[in-house]
Design a protein. Structure first.
Length: 499
């Protein structure tokens, strides 16, 4: 075997770190993590905008095997999450496995050697037997280009590229978008700026967050009796699973959540017109629901304005909507990420020179359990096609996937050093047929959202609750895979397309 490492992981965010911890727990030390930045943390490292935090409660938004009794709030801010991750990496001594400042440009499966060749931005190569892609869905900012933006003399940037040196005091600021990031940025900066214009294309449904500081008693109790935090985690989990029923058109849930959201809106926004403009016209749950208790009240401030017309153009100092100019010094594009339209962030070359990006560009991205893709052996995705979620902690899904991936690795290892494993195309197709059928029954078809690609296909979400996904990823079925025990045989088989 010519691979240098048994496992290569791309990304040192939560996903890569969970993968590394699970590999170590299973007694595997031959792995490497490629990280394009100089530090760990993924989205929590990149997104430094004011107010950035998590909308899943911390007891649940943490790695199951690494509980933290010390969370200072029910919902943590990014800094505390990043400190937690740093602490985990330190405790597990993971830094020595990470190759920082290494941006993977290409991953190429070498049939003759039965391994992946990874090429980074400096054209250095490294071979790994199994590749795990833990790059996360929110890596590519989506930045609109309104007419005339190149003439703008002020500062403009995407929410994921916030400039911490920028002083917003006494400036006129525009925030484009009213999604999850905007809902955190707007209240965080509203008190500082001269004027704040929030440009809304479609309103979001907003539910109460009910955040608060953790009491000293709670922290002490969690430290003394870790089982209490486990119980809280379980309760959080099952509460969110219950909320998840909403997405499958359960009428009672739909009515209840709509009532809660409308009630909140009418209590928190004073001006009737603003209230009306903030009321969504699509079914609750169709887009990601926002949890916030300070987003709506920001619109009661006299210098915060909601603008709902389409942006016509931008000139040197203004944004123009319906022939009205809004003078701005800073434009923040809180316009989300390219999630459903797969960008070729890494060129992935599988059997017979097939390129995954091209394949997924031409027809709906498909994977088996969101993890393996036929024709790309010894490769596992975290949060691959249709394994994302909308209502719970993404870490729960990643942990389910790692249970499965470890069995996949063990299956491969059990067949000797030269084994190659590829999911059967017909099993992948049957699985995806089922997913597509289930998707037709969900609430996500009634509006446009980042769950849908440009063809209107939902390639992001898993159309069931997370307990269902966990059940399906609990045990690998070797009959779903073609396993070749010698790469020399594999090479022959591949040449005759019978692999
Ligand atoms: P987002 O939810 O996709 O919201 C983007 C916003 O920008 C939407 O209001 C969208 O309007 C608007 N927009 C997009 N393109 C536009 C254009 N060309 N002109 C005008 N408006 C435009 O993005 P996000 O807020 O960055 O959040 C992305 C995801 O990250 C979230 O859904 C969530 O999963 C995650 N996130 C999580 C947290 C957390 O607390 N854990 C915090 C932030 C983000 P339309 O709705 O009309 O498309």
């Amino acid at each position: 075997m010519s691979a240098l490492y048994q496992v290569g992981i791309v990304g040192a965010g939560f996903g890569g770190i969970i993968a590394a911890i699970e590999l170590l727990k299973s007694g595997r030390h031959s792995f490497i993590i490629f990280e394009k930045a100089g530090d760990i943390g993924g989205v929590w490292r990149n997104n430094i905008y004011p107010g950035c935090g998590c909308d899943v409660r911390s007891d649940f938004y943490s790695i199951k095997s690494q509980p933290n009794p010390n969370w200072s709030e029910h919902f943590s801010q990014r800094k505390e999450i990043l400190d937690y991750l740093d602490h985990v990496v330190e405790k597990q001594q993971l830094k020595k496995y990470i190759r920082f400042n290494t941006e993977v440009g290409e991953a190429r499966f070498l049939p003759a050697e039965g391994c992946w060749q990874i090429t980074d931005q400096h054209f250095s190569t490294c071979k790994v037997k199994i590749l795990i892609l833990a790059t996360g869905p929110f890596r590519l900012p989506q930045i609109p280009k309104p007419d005339g933006i190149e003439k703008f003399k002020g500062t403009s940037f995407h929410s994921a590229n916030w400039d911490n040196n920028l002083k917003l005091e006494s400036l006129n600021v525009a925030v484009i978008g009213t999604g999850s990031s905007s809902a955190q940025i707007v209240p965080a900066i509203a008190g500082k700026v001269k004027n704040l214009y929030v440009f809304q294309r479609s309103p979001a449904w907003v539910l109460p967050k009910w955040n608060g500081r953790s009491s000293k008693i709670k922290i002490a109790a969690y430290r003394r009796f870790p089982a209490l935090q486990k119980i809280s985690r379980e309760l959080n989990y099952w509460f969110l699973e219950w909320i998840g029923l909403l997405f499958f058109s359960k009428r009672f849930m739909h009515r209840l959540i709509t009532w809660l959201a409308k009630n909140k809106l009418s209590k928190e926004v004073k001006d009737p017109l603003t209230r009306q403009l903030l009321t969504p016209t699509y079914a609750v749950g169709c887009k990601r629901i926002i949890l916030s208790d300070d987003f709506y009240p920001a619109f009661n401030l006299p210098h915060v304005k909601l603008i709902t017309g389409a942006i016509q153009s931008v000139d040197e100092h203004s944004i123009v909507v319906d022939n009205t100019k809004f003078k701005v010094d800073v434009i923040v594009f809180a316009t989300g990420f390219k999630v459903a339209d797969i960008e070729q962030y890494i060129r992935i070359i599988g059997l017979e020179g097939a390129e995954l990006g091209n394949q997924w560009e031409q027809s709906k991205p498909k994977a088996f359990l969101g993890i393996n893709v036929a024709g790309y052996p010894n490769l596992c995705f975290q949060l691959g096609p249709n394994s994302g979620l909308y209502h719970s902690s993404v870490l729960h899904v990643i942990e389910s996937q790692m249970v499965y991936i470890l069995q996949y690795v063990a299956l491969l290892e059990s067949r000797g050093d030269h084994a190659v494993i590829d999911v059967k195309a017909d099993r992948q197709q049957a699985y995806n047929n089922q997913i597509d059928h289930e998707l037709t029954k969900t609430v996500w078809n009634g509006c446009h959202s980042w769950y849908l690609n440009k063809r209107g296909e939902n390639v992001v979400l898993y159309p069931h609750l997370t307990w269902h996904y966990r059940k399906h990823t609990r045990k690998i079925d070797p009959s779903d895979y073609k396993i070749i025990t010698s790469y020399k045989i594999a090479e022959q088989e591949m040449l005759t397309s019978r692999f």
